[in-house]
Design a protein around this ligand. Sequence first.
Ligand code: PEP
Ligand code: MN
Length: 367
Amino acid sequence: MLLILHPDIDNQSDAYKETLKYLQALPSVTIKEHVVQGQQQRLTELYLLGETKPLDAGEIEALPAVERVIRISEEYRILGRHHDDRRVSGFDYQGLRFDQDSLHVFAGLCAVDTPEHVEIMMKALAQQGQRCTRMGAYKPRTNPYAFQGHGKGCLPYVFELAGKHNIAAIAMEVTHESHIEEIDTCLEKCGRPTGVILQIGTRNTQNFELLKAIGRQQHYPALLKRGFGITLNESLNAAEYLASEGNTQVIFCLRGMKSDFGSPHRNMVDFAQIPAVKRLTRMPVCIDPSHSVGTREHSPDKVMDIAHATAQGVIAGANMVLVDFHPHPTKALVDGPQALLLDELPKFLEDIAISREAYERRRALWQ
Ligand code: PEP
Ligand code: MN
């Protein structure tokens, strides 16, 4: 059972103390407090765990600090919506809002290769007014002899160039717990010119120890990719691992499913599940058209499949687009064939704006 307390409740107030006293006296029930700092207000949530079935929701709702009571299912206890449309979603990071209504584009390099390419990429983003990017330093590769990413060696120039070009947030995959500290140490040393969203790749969706480590820290938000060969439910449970350890700043990313049925695309695009994730959980939903489609092919209409898939996601309410670009895809060390070109960036962003407007109009239509 979840109790949402009155906004901005003071935990020294009589109302709070009286409520706590009542709850602490309940047999076989433990209380876990969770505070959500929103843009305008601070929300305190109390999770009642244990024998909550016999509890009378009406009686608890009448307690002085309680605004409302939600019966929660076992799944996605913290991140779940639990059929309550009023549950707030999202978080603020680096002056940017991430929730189920916002939309951010994270265009950038699949893998950092040279400082020159990083700079060209960030400059192009800045020219388009973009504040976010993706930059891979730690790359999980199928082949052990393939380029594994420059690791911590590239972090100083990536962060400094981000600061120079006013990039506020970088989505960066981490494949080991130690990478969190490497990123943190480097950002601190550079004077925190930018921010990092810790990306968990599809190969690590169920790496529970990595999830717990990212969940234990609350400094950096997390971007969790769905697992490419597991159910949506299993991937959402993986997201809950982050929240259960204390980090509720989680964005969920659809990136396609590995299946021969996806051919000729790299993966089977799964963006039709955006509304389902929004209904089941409070997480903002990201789409990755690059790793799901995986090709620059286009049909006779001249629109690349990646752009079509992006539009399909945005028109269905996606909140973030993670997409590979490269100044010279033939020189890219990872995933060059699916990278968009820098002169395609303005058109790609315009296409997203068109799709977003269509989403907003569609949404208004159905109210
Ligand atoms: C990536 O985004 O660089 C990546 C490796 O994606 P995924 O984990 O979805 O394969
Ligand atoms: Mn890639």
